[in-house]
Unconditional design. Structure first.
Length: 132
């Protein structure tokens, strides 16, 4: 009886896998940046509502995670607020604007890379949203 030995990967296969992983990571970053550009354009904040409420205490952000279908539409009830650092006075307003944008702004990303963008985590910079 001959014992089967597990296949050993040769160096070329291993290098190829590493390169493919690096390419996928780079592509995933590019797709996330593209998604962020599209979504930033959908977040609408009325600066009049902020008068006297905006407090500058360093970088303010809201980090979200959402799942998307192949048409670029957010999957119902998949939006999560992962992390948030926003002054209390504008917290709820910013959250509602970001969630509204995620729900209404369809992403236009390449379907052939759907596996890389079906779930996206994004950080919205409040200062950028307010053009500060």
């Amino acid at each position: 009886i001959e014992e089967e030995k597990p296949e050993e990967k040769n160096e070329k296969e291993s290098e190829g896998e590493e390169k493919e992983l690096a390419d996928n990571t780079e592509l995933q970053i590019t797709l996330a940046n593209l998604a962020m550009q599209q979504l930033q354009g959908c977040v609408s904040i009325d600066s009049g509502q902020l008068k006297g409420n905006y407090q500058d205490f360093g970088p303010q952000f809201i980090k979200t995670r959402a799942k998307y279908d192949k048409d670029g539409k957010v999957i119902e009830n998949s939006i999560q607020i992962v992390d948030i650092n926003i002054s209390n006075k504008i917290n709820k307003m910013i959250q509602s604007r970001v969630i509204f944008a995620l729900n209404t702004c369809n992403l236009d990303l390449p379907i052939e890379h759907y596996e890389l963008w079906k779930s996206i985590t994004m950080v919205f910079d409040v200062d950028k949203m307010l053009n500060k």
